[in-house]
Design a protein around this ligand. Structure first.
Ligand SMILES: Cc1ncc(COP(=O)(O)O)c(C=O)c1O
Length: 406
């Protein structure tokens, strides 16, 4: 062991600890280091110019740029998102939240004078970013219904640079036809971005349908345990990786290595959790559809869903754990249900192993104007139910007793 006896206490306490040789760790190590030492001035200069490292040298410089723990998760997510597509240049950024994944991508892709087409059926935060922040930067935004891709096409202007979709949409569970949107983008040479949080990568992989960029709130199904905030962006090619990476680094969007670790731990059981979410939600959607106190149920796995055929084509092997439904009696009746559940928890967010329920108009989508809310199907009474991995009969029993109280 090297001797530090010539150093004072303070120097020994703060000196870099050397870890030599490989550590045969089965679990992903958390590299908490904000910075990484370089082998030489030349090595440092090369890394600062963001060029590829020479053979045998470390590629790490500073964690706001890249970190070995995050890198491992990013490579893993890329593999999952690419699926059957042939995209050798695909890559992922794991970010500090779903909103940072969305906002940094939009800021990287759009500039003053550009125009972007969004769907009316999107997460409230994305809606607010598109209708409040983008116009302040001189970016023109048009909102269209996702029900027909012709609506996107009709909105395209000579300066349109981005087509944005979310499928299934939060909270209405409307779908966007990914192949049609991807083809439209390719035809007009416009970048397409899709938020696939609600379906999860297990059920929906937009990159397989010629979509250029997929974003997720990894806080949800990717993490799966309601114990982290994170996001991810997977891009289809190197040019987009370079373009978005520039903004990620300068806006400081990278996830902390601790959260990247938790994310990878969650991903280890993603397939198991999603099978259960898919199975439970289908059973519960069928139960709700047949309940006399329920007005309507929105779940892509039900034959009554207006886009069930599309769902069968682009959601495989299942339809996720997200359900929206309306109780007869509107907002007041809905409120009674969410306040009466016992096993299910009244809370925002979704995608965790525990079931969560909320009222979209007064909680997650309260910042969206009532007129736009109603246009996009978010009635005052609409409840959003994130079906967890509990015993489905227990969930049905809980809903039965809550609905009795209406
Ligand atoms: C579909 C969708 N996208 C993005 C977000 C934002 O994610 P985060 O809360 O991780 O920033 C959410 C949050 O609920 C969401 O539901």
């Amino acid at each position: 062991m090297e001797s530090d006896s010539h150093l004072g206490f303070d120097s020994i306490a703060t000196k870099r600890v050397e870890v030599k040789g490989p550590v045969n760790s089965v679990s992903l190590p958390i590299y908490t280091s904000s910075t990484f030492f370089v082998d030489s001035a030349k090595h440092g200069a090369t890394l600062c110019q963001q060029e590829k490292t020479e053979k045998g040298t470390s590629p790490w410089l500073y964690t706001r740029w890249a970190n070995p723990t995050n890198d491992a998760v990013e490579r893993l997510i890329t593999k999952l998102e690419v699926g059957k597509a042939n995209l050798p240049g695909a890559a992922t950024f794991v970010t500090s939240s779903g909103m940072s994944a969305i906002s940094s991508s939009l800021l990287a892709l759009l500039k003053s004078g550009d125009h972007a087409v969004f769907t009316t059926n999107i997460y409230g935060g994305t809606h607010e970013f598109a209708t409040d922040i983008l116009p302040k930067l001189g970016i023109q935004v048009t909102m269209v219904s996702p029900l027909d891709i012709a609506n996107y096409e009709a909105a395209i202007l000579p300066n349109t640079k981005l087509l944005y979709g979310e499928t299934p949409a939060n909270p209405t569970m409307l779908l966007t036809d990914l192949s049609a949107l991807g083809a439209l983008g390719r035809r007009h040479n416009i970048t397409t971005v899709v938020d696939a949080t609600f379906g999860s990568v297990y059920n929906t992989r937009p990159l397989e349908h010629q979509i250029d960029i997929v974003v997720h709130s990894a806080t949800k199904y990717y993490g799966g345990h309601s114990d982290l905030i994170a996001g991810c962006i997977t891009v289809a090619n190197e040019q987009l990786h370079h373009q978005i990476g520039h903004y990620i680094r300068l806006l400081g969007c990278l996830a902390s290595p601790h959260n990247a670790f938790l994310l990878q731990r969650g991903i280890k059981t993603l397939h198991l959790r999603m099978q259960r979410h898919n199975d439970n939600a289908l059973k519960i959607a069928q139960f709700l559809e047949n309940h006399p106190k329920v007005e309507r149920v929105f779940y892509p796995g039900l034959e009554s869903h207006p886009q069930h055929e599309l769902a069968k084509r682009q959601m495989q092997p299942g339809y996720s754990g997200m359900i929206a439904f309306e109780v007869k009696g509107g907002a007041e009746a809905g409120r009674k249900v969410i306040e009466s559940v016992e096993l299910i928890t009244l809370a925002v967010s979704l995608g965790g192993v525990e079931s969560l329920i909320e009222q979209a108009s007064t909680m997650t989508h309260t910042m969206v104007d009532k007129e736009i809310r109603e246009k996009s199907g978010i009635t005052d009474g609409l409840l959003r139910f994130s079906v967890g991995c509990e015993d489905p009969q227990d969930l049905i029993n809980d809903l039965t007793q809550a609905l009795k109280k209406v």
